[in-house]
Design a protein around this ligand. Structure first.
Ligand code: TYD
Length: 197
């Protein structure tokens, strides 16, 4: 089973994805947590470097880096794990591209087409916040340097794109979660939807 958890920075997706992986393991499933952009591929490293520097010279080339990283991630880790009978919980996937790269001005049809070959998850859970101040508070608490997209206006601006995902991918199994709810509440919902609650 291939499950994606996505949402804006600070929405709690990493905590939820890690808790889900842990709970699945406790229930006796073989589950692994992974995330994008990866730290493994050259494209993933290049994307992270640009995120840190905050300087994007070509938004289409930047979008292509995430797709190249995703394809390597699928080939090297996600697909082999699924074939071995494991559950894969992926923190961010192509849905981040529709939110962040579209925000930068990339045409959504370009993003959809470029990501067409990428495996469709069995379930995608999107954390959407009602209150962006909560997001900024979470990011500030981390005490890390603020990256390219981690400014409040960016965070709020990605939300409408996340809300439109069902229009971009009408055939996919996309579920929305309220990012203001607790991780435990959202975990309960996810387990219920995937049928292991
Ligand atoms: P993030 O989840 O913040 O990674 P970490 O917690 O390890 O810093 O992801 C890094 C950034 O990557 C995030 O701001 C969104 C961006 N991103 C894109 O712009 N496009 C994509 O396709 C993906 C997967 C991520």
């Amino acid at each position: 089973m291939f499950i994606v958890i996505d949402g804006p920075d600070g929405s709690g997706k990493t905590t939820l994805a890690k808790s889900l992986t842990q709970r699945l393991c406790q229930k006796g499933f073989q589950a692994l947590y992974t995330s994008e952009p990866t730290y493994d591929s050259e494209a993933g490293k290049a994307a992270r470097q640009i995120l840190r520097s905050g300087e994007v010279t070509d938004i289409y080339a930047f979008a292509d880096l995430f797709v190249a990283d995703r394809k390597e991630h699928l080939a090297n880790l996600i697909k082999p794990s699924l074939l071995a009978g494991r559950w894969v919980v992926c923190d961010r996937y192509k849905y981040s591209a529709l939110a962040y790269q579209q925000l930068q001005g990339v045409n959504p049809q370009y993003l959809i087409r470029k990501n067409q070959e990428c495996l469709v998850p069995d379930f995608a859970f999107i954390l959407v916040p009602q209150n962006t101040n909560i997001l900024m508070g979470r990011i500030a608490q981390r005490g890390e340097r603020t990256e390219l997209f981690e400014k409040k206006e960016h965070l709020a601006a990605t939300i409408p794109y996340y809300r439109s995902l069902k229009e971009y991918f009408p055939k996919e199994n996309i579920w929305y979660l309220n990012a203001d709810d607790s991780t435990e509440d959202n975990l309960g919902q996810v387990l219920g939807v995937v049928g292991v609650g």
